[in-house]
Design a protein around this ligand. Structure first.
Ligand SMILES: [Fe+2]
Length: 409
């Protein structure tokens, strides 16, 4: 009858004398049913539903039904990506991107457009990518040339930035990406926070969907997706506005904003928090000053920070490490999860070998936060997608799952 076989036939089984059902009972009214005949049920379990058939001994069908899976939790789903690093051709009047930058970024945008609803392979959990993606976080180095000056660079910067904006858009309705965009600036966008790119990010923040808090200088911001609080912190988290001696980059007031934002928007609620910035906190001391790293830890240690996302390293494929103030490592006692989404498009022509482009490995992360009734079964699931051939092909990579706590609201 069914090639997958019979798992179990309930007690009583077949061959027992039949009784006449009391068909007036409320639970036997349609869509319920009753019958006085020996029968078996064939149940087929699918991802989103159970299909059932009730078959009599003479193999006629007594009933045929399907039941949808109950939705017992709510999920916030979004994408984290970094370093598209749009690079224009080196020309006084650029009209196109470097061919490999073009290939990587246009393929990535197409992939992201088609990403909602994609099947997730069964061996990493199955199901589908949400068709309600809330947004994409972009962890900096949006373009390549804004850390350079003179020569053709001003023209290249303008061309690159206009391509970033027309490809990514801002609101999910004004670019090619069909959901809102939440970027930070990286060292290639303005190492000291004083370029027109950074000024434009400040402008974009004023109409970025859902923003509930902005720093005094307008650059750093936070917002909420369901129970989750997210804070975007620019290049890195550090004290003061300007670059200090011995160090590379301007913090642009990110530490002050983080401290006041967590106090005002999270307080002692226990809400889960996600923080994003460009530099990797396990990088060299001249990039992320150790004193700032210490202050960063102190400012977040009492909060329910479930993930940190950075860019900058391009390290392929996407990866996760942990940090517990004392050290970084693959697994560290009491450590926070630090995710590197890889870069999404930082490919370019190799000046020494035009046939072998640089940086054609890329990746990004797909993140789901599931809030289930009660507080014990809430989860953060982060999955990676990666390519080795400039997004000609791609694969699902790792899945990092952890139980988290989401307080009742
Ligand atoms: Fe960078």
């Amino acid at each position: 009858m069914d090639s997958t076989g019979v798992v179990y036939i309930g007690e009583g089984g077949l061959g027992v004398g039949q009784r006449t059902p009391k068909a007036d009972r409320w639970y036997l009214q349609p869509p319920g049913m009753s019958d006085s005949a020996s029968h078996v049920f064939v149940l087929t379990f699918e991802d989103e539903q159970i299909k059932g058939k009730c078959i009599r001994l003479d193999q006629t069908l007594a009933d045929d039904f399907s039941l949808n899976a109950r939705k017992i939790g709510t999920t916030q789903a979004f994408v984290v990506t970094g370093d598209p690093q749009y690079l224009a051709e080196n020309s006084k009047v650029p009209t196109k991107l470097d061919p490999y930058s073009e290939e990587a970024n246009s393929r990535f945008i197409e992939l992201i457009k088609k990403f909602p609803g994609q099947a997730i392979p069964k061996n990493i959990g199955g199901g589908k990518v949400s068709t309600n993606l809330l947004g994409v976080l972009v962890t900096g180095d949006l373009i390549d040339s804004a850390d350079k000056s003179g020569k053709n660079y001003p023209a290249m910067q303008s061309f690159e930035w206009s391509r970033y904006q027309s490809d990514y858009g801002l609101t999910g309705k004004d670019g090619k990406i069909p959901f809102p965009v939440y970027e930070v600036h990286g060292n290639h966008d303005g190492p000291q926070g004083n370029t027109f790119i950074v000024k434009d990010i400040i402008k974009r923040n004023r109409s970025r969907p859902g923003i509930t808090n902005l720093s005094e200088n307008g650059l750093h911001y936070s917002w909420d997706w369901g129970p989750l609080h997210l804070v975007n912190l620019g290049m890195f988290v550090g004290a003061g506005s300007n670059r200090r001696d011995q160090f590379h980059y301007a913090p642009m007031g990110s530490l002050d904003f983080l401290i006041s934002d967590l106090k005002e928007k999270v307080g002692d609620s226990g809400r889960p928090v996600v923080l994003s910035f460009h530099l990797h906190p396990n990088g060299p001391a001249y990039d992320w000053p150790p004193q700032d790293l210490k202050l960063f830890w102190q400012s977040i240690k009492k909060f329910n920070v479930i993930a940190l996302f950075h860019g900058h390293t391009h390290g392929s494929p996407p990866s996760r490490i942990q940090w517990n103030q004392e050290k970084f490592g693959v697994a560290v006692d009491g450590g926070l999860d630090v995710f590197n989404p890889d870069d999404s498009g930082a490919a370019k022509t190799n000046p020494n070998d035009s046939k072998n482009p640089l940086g054609v490995r890329h990746g990004f992360l797909y993140v789901e936060l599931t809030d289930r009734p009660g507080t014990k079964r809430d989860q953060l699931i982060v999955r990676s997608i990666y390519t080795k051939d400039n997004w000609a092909t791609h694969k699902w990579g790792e899945t990092w799952t952890k139980n988290i706590s989401i307080p009742k609201r």
